[in-house]
Design a protein around this ligand. Sequence first.
Ligand code: NAD
Length: 542
Amino acid sequence: MTADGHFRVPPPVNEPIRAYAPGDPHRKSLKARLAELTDARTDVPMQIGGERRWGASKGEIRSPHRKELAIAQYAAGASKDFDDAVEAALKARRMWAATSYQERAAVLLRAAALLAGPWRDTINAATMLGQSKTVHQAEIDAACETVDFWRYNAYFGDQLLTQQPFNDGTAWNRLEYRPLEGFVFAVSPFNFTSIAGNLPTAAALMGNTVVFKPATQTLLVCHFLMELLIEAGLPPGVINMVSGSAAKISEQVIAHERLVGIHFTGSTEVFQGMWREVGQNVERYRTYPRLVGETGGKDFIVAHHTADVEALAVAIGRGGFEYQGQKCSAASRVYVPASLWPDIEERTVAMLRDIRVGDVTDFRNFMGAVIDARSFEKISGYLDHARQTATVIQGGGAASETGYFVEPTLVRTTDPASRLLREEIFGPVVTVYVYPDAEWDATLDLIDRTSPYALTGAVFARERGVLGAAAARLRQAAGNFYLNDKPTGAMVAQQPFGGGRASGTNDKAGSPLNLIRWVSPRTIKETFAPAHDFRYPFMDAE
Ligand code: NAD
């Protein structure tokens, strides 16, 4: 559309969360879609340059809570497919970069409306079946957060473009927000559908074209996200989805001379490997790639002796165990003063005993299964370690006959340097360290140095001064810091998300700070009356 007018993206609001309580008509339609997708064994091809393509071989995706159930078969690509995906992205570059910001934003706004409306059940149901999320966890992630990313990014990108230089009257200075000169590689994790929705589209919104590699476990929902984006008007080649061996795809794509950026979310180890590969290829690139990675966490809750005990127990229950503790922000180490421990222990244990674990299509369950066999083995290893070196207060069981189920587990250790307090477990295991009430300051220092991560953290206290002092002392210990709230549940545009240290580059997904990484600004100075004489007045004779 060519037209005169400063068209502004309308200011959004966060997508309202549906409750799906008994009697709610949305519950009925979602259950119907769940039943359809359970039996559909959906085909998931790659999407390369507008072509739905099958690779050399096929793989199967099974529900984590029902191992025998194959919900999809996906294309496993080979080297030629990955090359073609890069070429398709490069081919679409010129067209997409020449498409106006308003047009690009309109695609995302339409996609958001489709997801909020007719596609909502499909995206939620695919997330429940593929990633074992309860209906509430699917709704806040796959539906609401994805919609929020798309709407707010469209708005924030528009705001960014209005940031322009000053002028002195003799010239017009302009800042042009160019897309990067190549393609962006987007790689998403298993645990949030919204991240798969955000990583490729944030770069595409700013005019870039993308090779997108989702986590294999999420391919069912990513297939639907791609189809939804196509329906919303995303042109062929702008986002090219590939699947197959992560290491092979990554090695091949990162070695390409036209790589201009990596938009990654996942484990610290994988991101560090990518960073190393970029380093090895640095002389090959036409332009320095932007590396944006949000990675692991070892998120804490610390309670002062003035804390509200009931609020603290609920924060442990929800912050530690929702989505089976598989949120990068999940509370996994809790520091409690000795005076409050008996009360906290009693309440938390009572709550955990109340939690039902099972098939997420049974809406009475609060927790589903952990994502796969590898994750189940890893968590089981930590449970063994807990039994050997600490006290398992509640839970500790794990069974994988029908699905990968782990009980919500509360552990107490007396070793402040325990692996259980240092390493990311990524499962429903929360470790408590009880400290003497008088050692509050020393405990804050202990929290700061115990783990290499710095993603989220929470402080519970009633005493006002304590909150401010803790925030100051733990200033670098978390990129998202909570006062009297659980450390999970960040909302797009309300709590911009990301952490430092080993937790990532802290580029705050769903905010202008992230979008700025996907442009290379050009300054244009237009002088209205250029000089006609090379000499300056100071050179004149006295
Ligand atoms: P992961 O690192 O195993 O996988 C992430 C992505 O990288 C997937 O697409 C995977 O296929 C790919 N991958 C795996 N091995 C690779 C390799 N050798 N080379 C290139 N790519 C490779 O992570 P995951 O298990 O999917 O997700 C969980 C992790 O993500 C946790 O560490 C969690 O803390 C982190 N996470 C962080 C945030 C955040 O915002 N900080 C958000 C969500 C998840």
